[in-house]
Structures are given as C-alpha cells and as structure tokens.
Design a protein around this ligand. Structure first.
Ligand code: CDP
Ligand code: MG
Length: 756
C-alpha cells in the first residue's frame, strides 16, 4: 500500500496550496467559471464533462437521459423528506413491507439471521418492532454495533422516532459513556460493551433479545460474542438472538447456530453506474478532490460521498475542497452553487457527526468525506455520487513488531461494492472508482479478513480467561484465530504479569480484567497502586483514553505549538499530559482557560469523566488512592512497567531502535523530548504510528535499570551491550518454556477429565 498522500503533506504548507489550486484550474479548464449558472443542455453538460475527463483519469461519459433521471429523483427525494413525518418515513422503509412475517419467524425461532441491503431499516426498525411485539415486557431489547458512532447516532434517531428523550426509553452505551436509565427498554451499545457485560452476568438475564447488528463486519468483539451468545442461547430458552448482515455471507452465520432460518428483506435499490479510473491514480486525495469539484460543477443535484482512509486525509480533503470553492466564488461573478463540506470519522465530536444527517442549507449540495464508517454503519439519504479511493485503514497485528498497527490497505471487492451501493439508495447513482478495473478484478481480495485473524488478542485472551475458558484453542470461534497469534498474545500477557507460567490469570490479571482498558494501561494503573502514585497514573491513563487534547488549527500552527510547549515536561509526554490536566484542574476546569491555551475542552472533560469512572472501579476493588505529590520520578517507573514491549534505545539523533526487535522508531516533532537538546538513552512509548516514518507516539524517558528490574525476562542491566540475537534467543527460550508448561497442564487436565 502506498504511504499517505502527497496532497496531505502539501496541505500543511500554504505555499503548495496555491500550486495545487493552479493545477486544479489547469485540469478543470479555465472556462469552468463561465459555464457556472448558465442554463445548459444535457449535451453541453456531457461535452463539458468529457473535456474534464480528457485530462483527468476518470471516465466521464454518461448518458444525458440518465442524468436527467437522477435530477428528477433527487428533487423527489428532498420533496419526500420535507413532506413526510417520521412515522411516514418509517413506513416507507423496505423492512416495513415484511414486518409481520419477520415477527412471525422471530416468534417461532430462537435464533434468526436477517439479511437486508444497507438502509432497509434493520438497525432502526428491528428494535422497535420487537418492542411493539411485546419483547420489552420484563426485559430489554439490546442491539450491538461494531462502531461507537453508529451506536450513538442510531439511538438518537430511534429516540426521535419513538418520541422519547435519548437516555430514557431508548439509550446507548459505549465505553466510558452510558446514556441509559431505569426506563430504558431499547439499548444500543458497542459489541465491546456487551462483551464486558457478560463478565458480570454470564447469562445476560436483563436482555430478552439481543440483535447482533452488522455481523458481516466481523469485528473482533462480535466474533467473540458469537461464541459466548451461542452458549446463552443453549442455556436460556426465553432468550432470542437476531443476527443481521448486509451481505449475503449469511449462510455461515446460520450454520454456526445450527442451520437457523435466514430471513431476507426484499431490496429496493437502484442501479449504480460504475466508472473506473483508466490508469492507477498517483494521489487519491488529489484525485478525489478533483472528481468532487467536477461533479459539483457539472452534474445534476444529489449529494456526494467520498471514502477516505482516515482523519488526516479527510481533513486535508475538506480543506482542499473548501479552498477550491472559495477560489471559485472569488474568481467568478456568477452564482456558484453552494457546497456543504462535511467530514465524518469516529473521533469527530458527536455534534459535528450529527451534521451529516441534517439537511444542508437551502440549495447546497452536501459533500460528505468519510472513513469506511459510512460503508454500512451509517446511512445518509440523498447520496447520488460516490467517490471511492479503494483504500481503507485496517488494524493489523504485525508479528515482527509484536504489535497492532493501523495501516492503509486496498479494500476488498465486497467492500468496494458496498461503497458503490451507497449511491443507489434513493435513485440511480454513479460511483467513481479511483482505481482501475483490472485492480478491482485482480488485486482486491473478494472478502475482508475477519479482525480476529489479524489483530492482537491480548484483551480477548484476558476476557476469555476470566470467563473460565481454560483452553483458548478450544473456544467455539466461527473462524479461529491463528494459533500463533493466541500464543503471542498470551506471551505478552505473561510478560505483563497477568498470566502465570501455566497460563492462568494471576492476581494482577484478575484485577486487570476489571478495567475497560487495554492490558498495558490496566497494568500501568496497577503499578501505580504498588508504587503509591495511583492518583497520578489514573490521570495519565484517562488522558490516553481520549483523543489528543492539543488543538492545532492550521492557520495558527506556530501560536498553538508555543502554547503546547509551555506544558512540556522535558523527559516525558505522559507527564506532559498529567501536567496539562493538573493545570486545568488548578484553573477550576474552566473552558475559556482551555481556549486560551489551545486545548480541546471537550477532550479534557471527557478525560475527567473517564477518570471518575475508573476511580469508581478502584473504589469497588478497594484500592486506595495514593499520591506521590510532585515527585514524578516514581510515576515514570510505573509508566515504564507497562511498556516493556515498547522500550527503545538511542541509536542516532532523534532515532531509536526497539530494544527487543531492533525496529527503528523516531521521535515525533510534537514530542516533549524532541529538539530540546535532551535525548535520553532509553525511552518507552505508547504506540508506534506509521506515516512517513515509524513515529513513537507519547514517549517517556526511563532508566535502564528499571527495565532490568521490572522486566527481568527481557533485560539485564548490561543488556544494552548484549546483542539482538541474544535477546531473541532468550525470549524464544522463555516462550517455549511457558508453552511447554502449558502443554503439560493441558494433558494433566485432559487426564483428570477422563478419570472424573
Ligand atoms: O440498518 P439498515 O442499514 O438496514 O438501515 P437503518 O440504519 O435502520 O436506516 C434506515 C433509515 O433510517 C435510513 O434510510 C436513514 O435515512 C434513516 N436514519 C437516519 O435518518 N438517521 C440515523 N442516524 C440512522 C438512520
Ligand atoms: Mg444498520
């Protein structure tokens, strides 16, 4: 996969903006300004498009009748949304036409698989139908989502449809945020939240029905839930399970639960005209921006949806679009049609996310720039044009680095088709693929690889162990993860002290399960307990659980960088976060103070909330809140204890190598340790981000003897002298020893089972 986009880099420099703007004008033809606002014949539109197409990579040929048809459809749709009440809109959904049959099948079966096109009404309607059919008497209807954003936005929509306050009859729960109450009968939640609930209540007694929505996404948590819910179904006759899927791999789900019925919601989709790029495109951000502008200027009404891979690219795309629109407006006297540019990605604040569903101000065309979140989880009506880069970000476990990395990959054919389908929801649409037809046929995988087969399983192992699943290789996985990944993850947990030599949870391990945190952060917290600085570590862990609080507007970069530097604690980004939080606290948690210091007040408030929730868990575990005051050396030691696998030693200027595997890793320019003339020999880092280089994210200087003392399995004091091969050898020996012991235990257990 190619790394990043040239445009993303360029956009950071104002200078280059002018260049790319110029390039746009060259490509789009200088007459575009003139043709704006002029009544044109369909032939003229086509001629203009062909002209743009000649210089660009995308084929613009498209018949005029089709364009006219789309225009009429678009008008009809916006007319529809304006004139109909929410209740009427509900009845217009495809699922409504099969409501009674569907409820009948649910009545007669304990498990049902429901298949329907995206937008047919599965997520918003199923819960309400079940409620209307009496399933919420003495129980809750729960619906899981792989994504937080979807859980929140869908709950909001359903609360509106049911005319109730969000959090009353209809609510949602995501990690660190529970918007439900005593009256809640329909609860949307992330699959991770339900998974954690099974820890407290293995039979999920408060639920009458669980809908496992978006099962086709095969998120890690959904896959684990499959195995767990299968047991719940066997134990509770009064419990119902509905599994929904947007694609047709439903047979697999049905088989897993013992050939349960598959219910199909009849589709109501329109044809989508697919346009491939003629040549592989060099820079998909640039290409997408160009394509969107071309559509906006020359094509009939209808909103645009662009698929990008992540936040950075989305921001760059939106910025470039805004710039080009601005230029267009200032350089022509004619009326330029309005374009409403809307980003959407999971870390975007909720109020901004909600904007994509709102009607744009009169006459404006919406252009939504999204991650694959808009592939299936979110449905926006009125999309007539999809621009697909063909790329998406995927978390992949890299055994070489022993860690997860979010990397850009080509999407699968199934995903590309799903993306295209978004243009045919309200009328016939067009999908511009910024890749070639041959890439689609020959280079893309037919289906995405399930997350469970490609990620670190640390959390899953911890969770299943606490659910008394002794032998993970025996767990009922629909697609078992590679054995090597399980063993690798167990090894990491053993290193953290969560598992003992025979693979059972230790006391620390049991405590770690209680926290809705990654094992590393849970370990840091518990080390804070041991080293009597839990108050400080708690703040750091909370700050690491929210998106970055540093605000860096592009037009005030220098000013905001200077503001950030004032918070720097030279030896640690973690302590810098602690410092920010403490200063905010000393200023009475004020919002205006945040604005003055270029900090996101929402992020800080969220961190405060997370902190108080983690504090509650500490209280229930009877862990006292100890503090080390301002003597922060011991805090660094606690930080060190969580990140053995992310320890690095100095190699050159600003350049480090991972102590265990020799991977190069670099200090990021935004780090407190960068360019201060202070480069410690040893550091630990929170995670590695792959952009133009491998950058360490959130770095803390540590003493080498801490590594030796806290992680003797990895390091000895004179370790920095021993060779890499030595390290690897020892590491391997220890791992083999652990595996052998586990094997012995397994045999003993099997023996015991046979006797009893
Ligand atoms: O789950 P499925 O993809 O089958 O459909 P859905 O999410 O239930 O969406 C049904 C309809 O509800 C869509 O046509 C959307 O317009 C609308 N909807 C909405 O307006 N706001 C949301 N947050 C979610 C759905
Ligand atoms: Mg849905």
């Amino acid at each position: 996969a190619r790394k990043g986009s040239a445009l993303v880099r360029e956009i950071h420099e104002k200078q280059s903006m002018n260049k790319s703007r110029q390039r746009f004008w060259e490509l789009a033809g200088s007459k575009l300004g003139e043709i704006l606002g002029v009544e044109k014949s369909a032939e003229q539109i086509d001629a203009d498009k062909a002209k743009v197409g000649e210089e660009g990579e995308v084929d613009f040929k498209e018949d005029a009748k089709f364009a006219q048809h789309m225009k009429e459809k678009a008008e009809a749709v916006s007319e529809f949304a304006k004139s109909k009440s929410l209740a009427q809109q509900r009845q217009y959904l495809p699922i409504f036409s099969v409501r009674d049959e569907l409820l009948q099948v649910v009545r007669e079966n304990q498990v049902v698989v429901v298949v329907g096109e995206t937008g047919s009404g599965k997520t918003t309607q199923l819960t309400q139908y079940l409620h209307e059919d009496g399933y919420t008497v003495g129980g809750i209807v729960g619906c899981t989502q792989p994504r937080r954003v979807a859980a929140m936005s869908v709950a909001k929509r359903v609360s509106e449809e049911m005319e109730t306050e969000l959090g009353d009859k209809v609510g949602y729960a995501i990690r660190f945020e529970d918007v439900t109450g005593p009256n809640t009968i329909i609860k949307y939640m992330t699959d991770g939240v339900l998974l954690r609930e099974t820890l407290k209540d293995a039979d999920l007694d408060k639920y009458r029905v669980i809908i496992m929505d978006e099962a086709h996404e095969r998120s890690l948590n959904t896959d684990v839930l499959f195995g767990i819910l299968k047991k719940v179904v066997a134990r509770r006759r009064d419990f119902k399970l509905i599994v929904t899927s947007a694609t047709l791999n439903a047979q697999k789900f049905s088989n897993f639960f013992g050939s349960v019925p598959i219910f199909h919601i009849p589709g109501r989709t329109f044809p989508v005209n697919i346009m491939y790029s003629k040549t592989p495109c060099e820079d998909y951000v640039e290409a997408a921006v160009k394509q969107a502008m071309a559509i906006h200027i020359t094509s009939p009404p209808g909103d645009i949806l662009i698929f990008m891979t992540g936040q950075e690219e989305i921001e760059a795309t939106c910025y470039a679009l805004a710039e080009r629109m601005e230029h267009l407006i200032s350089s022509t006297s004619k009326n330029v049609p309005k374009l409403s540019i809307l980003p959407i990605y999971s870390q975007l604040p909720a109020d901004l996310q909600a904007k994509i569903f709102q009607k744009a101000e009169d006459g404006a065309r919406k252009c939504i720039v999204a991650t694959n979140i808009a592939e299936t989880s979110l449905t926006v009506d009125g999309i007539f044009y999809v621009i697909d880069t063909g790329y998406g970000k995927m978390k992949v476990y890299n055994p070489r680095m022993g860690m997860d990395a979010l990397q850009v990959f080509p999407v699968s054919r199934a995903a590309a088709d799903q993306r295209a389908g978004r243009a045919g929801r309200t009328g016939p649409g067009t999908c511009y693929r910024l890749f070639t037809e041959s890439a689609y046929q020959n280079e893309m995988l037919p289906n995405p690889v399930p997350e469970i087969q490609r990620t670190n399983l640390g959390n899953v192992v911890l969770l299943l162990k606490s659910l008394k699943v002794e032998n993970l290789l025996d767990f009922d996985f629909m697609d078992p993860p590679p054995q090597e990944n399980i063993l690798n993850s167990m090894y990491q947990l053993w290193v953290l002290g969560a598992l003992n030599n025979v693979g059972a949870l230790t006391e620390i391990g049991w405590k770690m399960v209680e926290f809705p945190l990654d094992p590393t952060l849970a370990k840091m917290l518990l080390m804070g307990e041991k080293l009597e600085c839990i108050n400080e570590v708690l703040t750091i862990v909370s700050m690491l659980s929210v998106p970055s609080v540093f605000f860096r507007p592009k037009d005030r970069a220098e000013e905001s960088d200077a503001a950030r530097e004032k918070f720097f604690v030279p030896e640690s980004d973690h302590l810098t976060l602690l410092n920010v939080y403490l200063q905010w606290k000393n200023n009475n948690y004020r919002g205006d103070w945040c604005n003055d210091h270029f900090l996101h007040v929402k992020g800080l408030r969220k961190a405060r909330e997370v902190r108080s929730q983690l504090l509650d868990i500490l209280k229930t575990l009877k862990i006292p809140l100890t503090t080390c005051g301002l003597d922060w050396e011991v805090v660094r030691k606690a930080i060190c204890s969580a990140y053995f696998h992310n320890a690095a030693r100095l190699k050159g200027v600003g350049e480090y190598v991972n102590c265990r595997n020799g991977m190069p890793c670099h200090l990021h320019p935004s780090s407190a340790l960068y360019g201060l003339g202070y480069t410690p020999d040893h550091v630990v880092y929170h995670e590695l981000i792959l952009t133009t280089k491998e950058y360490m994210q959130c770095v803390t200087a540590v003493e080498p003897q801490w590594l030796a003392e806290l992680g003797p399995m990895f390091f000895s004091v004179k370790d920095s002298d021993t060779s890499l091969i030595e390290h690897r050898k020892r590491q391997k020996e220890e791992k083999t020893a652990m595996e052998e012991e586990m094997e012995v235990l397994r045999k003993e257990q099997a023996e015991a089972d046979r006797i009893s």
